[in-house]
Ligand binder design. Structure first.
Ligand SMILES: [Zn+2]
Length: 373
């Protein structure tokens, strides 16, 4: 049975891939325009929400735009439809197009912007170059009648709990005796009102990433037979997985900076690149950070990169890189358009699994403001 999903169902799936918690502080992410409380038939994935992108969405009967760059980034003081920024909001509202932004959370996400770029550049053994987020873990302890223990364990593991490194379904169960006294106004699963009950119970423990807490607890409560479930959640001090912006990895073969610059140009399909450094110098270790990486040159150098691929490079930052002996290749900010195909193919796959009847496609036009002559 296929079904037409609503906006919340779509975003719930998307946020499993690119959780909001991954965004850097103060980023403007999430629903920016319109409502998710409606059926979604057509989704368009865009890098930027410019007026021509909204016009394309109107032509294609789009209900939801998933964008990388939030159209409302600085506070808007007015929605004046004589300005392009005002018209973008007004046209979306008028044509019932919701706009949802996933910005730095999509940069950080596994399989997001930076992984897609690292993959396009054929980097091997990549890791995070600029950590921004450490996954925190929590522990769930729940008491459940013995015969329901398996169902509760399965439910929480299905919801994503119980992962330790590459091991899934990590839980611990201990048997014991639980007691309870049902008072008036209760409808106990076991026992009678006013009578002290003793019951064979299992104490199940497992850990989960705090970003999926709601999902895990909900799954546990649904699978648990009791009206009032006894459970504890503990915050853990264990060090979690470190996620972040940018990736660093190695080229299969060492090459000159000049050869590498042409490799970047070709693999990312850009008209031109700006290069800082000795063109005949050798490069092997590469850091890449989609968007504006000016703040991250020292980190790239510190991580041992020979060359850093990033956009929007400033003149003085280029000098700093030159002086610290870090080569830079700047292919522009627009290379992040790689997310259009990446997000489209990820969501198309999960929609198919869910049997969601919804079309998803990348926005067609280029929003690169720069031309090379
Ligand atoms: Zn960007």
């Amino acid at each position: 049975m296929t079904k037409v999903p609503n906006g919340f169902e779509i975003i719930q799936l998307f946020e499993q891939f690119s959780p909001k918690a991954y965004a850097v502080e103060g980023d403007k992410i999430g629903l920016q325009i319109g409502s998710l409380n409606k059926p979604i038939h057509n989704i368009m994935v865009a890098l930027d929400v410019l007026e021509e992108v909204v016009d394309e969405a109107i032509r294609k009967n789009v209900d939801l735009i998933i964008a990388h760059h939030p159209p409302i980034f600085r506070p808007m003081k007015s929605i004046n439809i004589d300005t392009p920024a005002g018209r973008i909001v007004a046209k979306c509202i008028k044509h019932d197009i919701a706009v949802y932004a996933a910005h730095t959370n999509l940069d950080v996400a596994e399989g997001g912007v930076n992984d897609l770029l690292a993959e396009a550049l054929e980097l091997q053994n990549t890791s995070v170059s600029a950590p921004t987020y450490e996954e925190k873990y929590k522990k769930l302890v729940v008491y459940v009648p013995k015969d329901s223990a398996q169902a509760v364990r399965d439910a929480v593991c299905q919801a994503g709990a119980g992962f330790i490194g590459n091991y899934s379904h990590c839980t611990f169960t201990q048997e014991g005796t639980g007691t309870f006294l049902p008072s008036g106004n209760t409808n106990p699963y076991i026992g009678e009102v006013g009578k002290l009950e003793e019951v064979e119970e299992s104490r199940i423990e497992t850990i989960f990433q705090s970003s999926i807490e709601k999902k895990v607890i909900k799954a546990m409560l649904v699978a648990h037979p009791y009206e009032e479930v006894a459970y504890d959640i503990f915050s853990l001090a264990n060090q979690g997985e470190s996620l972040g912006l940018g990736r660093i990895g190695k080229l299969q073969e060492e090459m000159t900076l000049e050869e590498f610059a042409y490799h970047v140009k070709k693999s990312l399909g850009v008209e031109g690149v700006r290069v800082v450094g000795n063109l005949q110098g050798k490069v092997k270790k590469v850091a890449v950070l989609g968007g504006d990486g000016n703040k991250y040159i020292s980190q790239a150098k510190f991580k041992g990169a020979d060359v850093f691929v990033t956009g929007d490079l400033y003149y003085h930052v280029a000098h700093d890189a030159m002086m610290m002996g870090l080569a830079i290749v700047d292919p522009g900010h627009h290379i992040e358009h790689i997310m259009k195909k990446g997000v489209t193919s990820y969501l198309a796959k999960v929609f198919e699994e869910k049997k969601y009847q919804v079309a998803i496609f990348p926005s067609e036009g280029s929003t690169d403001p720069f031309r090379f002559l």
